[in-house]
Design a protein around this ligand. Structure first.
Ligand code: NAD
Ligand code: MN
Length: 569
């Protein structure tokens, strides 16, 4: 493992390097991480650079080996978990988190670069994601000590009796993750699970196994750095990674692995499968699903600032964030100005290879995902009977003239390569009942709608009604400086996250994250809440048989006597 890390450490990003697009040889086949070490998995799936179509390597696609089964890795994890929770002291746990921060800092550039290569992320967003990982580590480092300061004694109803509540780990956590935040989203679960005293088994997305492997190695290295070898040995299996497709690996784990809770981030279609299977096994589950974020702009707000926020929230990560803005409602009086500036901004955004520092928007995650986006855009256009105002097509050799006519700013190489690029796409005046309004299109596609209302107040209430019609409720935003409206707004829109004065992206790592309605159940973070269960302890030192609520025997006899006389009257 150290030699692999060393090799990876020589890769450079914009933080100081030069190298081309090739991955080091050792990365050609991603490995599972089982029982504290690397393990070969079964089957094979291709890992492709979405910006170029180049093959980066392969990863195991199934989980059905003779040596490792969902059953036996559950036992290994449980032994490690019990040791972690009961035998590793608070200070030692904190030292592991401190070492994690060190290791991720030291590998910041190469880790970001791995995300750029296999995830198609821009360098600056990949770098921001490593920062998000660091913030997550810091947050949960702090939470470790909260385990020990959580609660005080409570006085009881009865004398000679104390009560206190205790945080307990769930035990084994299974977590199934997507590709769009391939380091940060798994790390929310890894850090949360560990701080809560749990083991964690990650089923990463099939598109980004190398990022996952890198992350897991840095985590494992932190244990080795911070703890004596004897303890590290007992923790083999505390953090495990099993690669593969949903049906090949996700399904058998979900059905057979001995988890005590499962957490999931991904589409609502798969979320339903997770909830159904976990429900059948009566295991708690926690879901972070899709969204359809709305940004509401009232006419007093600085239009240029609103446009900048919208451009970031719509096109950042090519619209592949669960919190990406899908619809902007602009108060009628400001609509024209907003739309023309927003369209102009979209056209000047440079579409190109994410390795190029001049690029504003890279590719989608894969050609398959581009096909899905393309179909949803075509469906919307046919439902409307008109094309989008801008974009609406894949960027390839066939669409050069469309892009030219639209005045898009696309790097020439995009038209010639095999990358999964899609044009920035803007629909206007789109009602519910269409694909773009009813569903989440996971790409750089947005609807801009005028918002009726003679006054700001009226426009605001119209927006509340419109936004609440969505089946989703993850992240929504209100842009106004009118405090009579903004201060009254929280809670009115049914959403897990609500921004005032800015776009729908940019959640902070020590705050609650998650959605309502079809956007999910529960919150992944913050703190120990999602990673522990409560045990209520009563410590009774009275020495006689008794029970709360049930009164003393003589009181009960007197009561019964009194009530009999009432009825006998
Ligand atoms: P997906 O739901 O298809 O896949 C997510 C994970 O589930 C992957 O690891 C996949 O292999 C696994 N999976 C698929 N089928 C499975 C099965 N039958 N059993 C067990 N596991 C299975 O998601 P995707 O298409 O890769 O990602 C895009 C979607 O994810 C979008 O809809 C987006 O909204 C959502 N997403 C949500 C959030 C959030 O925080 N709310 C974050 C990122 C992505
Ligand atoms: Mn999928």
């Amino acid at each position: 493992m150290p030699s692999l890390l060393h090799k990876m450490g020589t890769l450079k990003t914009r933080h100081g390097g030069k190298k081309g697009n090739e991955m080091p040889k050792e990365l050609k086949r991603a490995k599972n991480i089982l029982c504290g070490g690397f393990a070969e998995g079964d089957g094979e799936m291709r890992v492709v650079n979405p910006a170029t179509g180049e093959l980066l390597g392969v990863a195991p696609s199934e989980f059905s080996s003779e040596r490792w089964s969902p059953e036996n890795i559950g036992e290994i994890a449980r032994a490690a978990q019990e040791f972690w929770h009961w035998e590793v002291e608070e200070q030692e746990k904190e030292a592991v988190f401190a070492a994690m921060a060190q290791n991720f800092k030291a590998h910041r550039g190469p880790l970001a670069r791995t995300m750029v290569l296999e995830g198609g992320k821009l360098g600056r967003w990949a770098d921001a994601e490593v920062q998000e990982v660091l913030d997550t580590i810091t947050h949960y480092h702090g939470e470790v000590s909260r385990y020990h300061t959580n609660d005080g004694f409570a006085r009881c109803q009865l004398p000679d009796k104390n009560a206190f509540s205790l945080l307990m780990p769930y035990g084994n956590i299974l977590t199934v993750k997507p590709w769009n935040f391939p380091a940060a989203v798994p790390m929310w679960a890894i850090c949360g699970a560990l701080a809560g005293g749990n083991s964690v088994l990650v089923k990463p997305a099939e598109q980004t196994p190398f990022t996952m492997q890198y992350v897991a190695e840095l985590v494992l290295k932190s244990f080795t750095d911070a703890l004596p070898p004897a303890k590290v040995g007992r923790l083999a299996g505390l953090v495990q990674v099993v690669n593969g497709t949903g049906p090949g690996t996700g399904k058998p784990l979900l059905e057979k692995y001995a988890y005590d809770k499962v957490t999931f981030t991904g589409s609502d279609a798969v979320g339903r499968i997770i909830a159904r299977t976990a429900g059948e096994r009566l295991k708690p589950c926690h879901l972070e699903l899709g969204g359809h974020a709305a940004m509401v702009v009232l006419d007093d707000f600085d239009i240029d600032l609103a446009v900048r926020e919208a451009l970031n929230a719509v096109f950042g990560d090519s619209g592949q964030r669960c919190v990406s803005t899908r619809v902007v409602y602009v108060q009628e009086s400001a609509y024209k100005e907003f739309l023309s500036k927003f369209v102009a901004g979209a056209k000047t955004r440079r579409v190109g290879n994410p390795m190029d520092p001049a690029t504003d928007m890279g590719p989608l995650i894969s050609l398959d995902q581009r096909e899905i986006v393309n179909k949803m855009v075509l469906d919307t256009a046919s439902q409307l009977g008109r094309k989008p105002l801008v974009g609406g097509y894949a960027l390839n050799y066939a669409s050069r003239s469309f892009a030219k006519n639209d005045g898009l700013n696309v790097d020439d190489a995009v038209f010639e390569g095999g990358g999964a690029y899609f044009a920035p796409t803007i629909f206007t005046e789109v009602p519910y009942g269409t694909t773009a309004m009813d569903q989440e299109i996971f790409g750089p596609v947005v609807v801009v709608n005028p918002l009726a209302g003679r006054t700001r107040e009226e426009a605001f209430w119209n927006a509340v009604a419109l936004v609440n019609k969505s089946q989703y409720g993850l992240s929504n935003a209100l842009l106004t400086n009118d405090r009579r409206i903004s201060s009254r707004a929280p809670g009115r829109i049914h959403t897990g996250i609500f921004y005032i004065g800015r776009g729908t992206t940019g959640a902070e790592l020590n705050k609650y994250f998650g959605g309502v309605k079809s956007s999910g159940w529960g919150r992944e973070g913050r703190g120990l809440g999602d990673w522990t269960q409560i045990q209520q302890v009563y410590d009774d030192f009275h020495g006689k048989a008794r029970m709360a609520q049930a009164g003393a025997d003589d009181t009960v006899r007197a009561l019964l006597a009194a009530s009999r006389s009432v009825f006998e009257k």
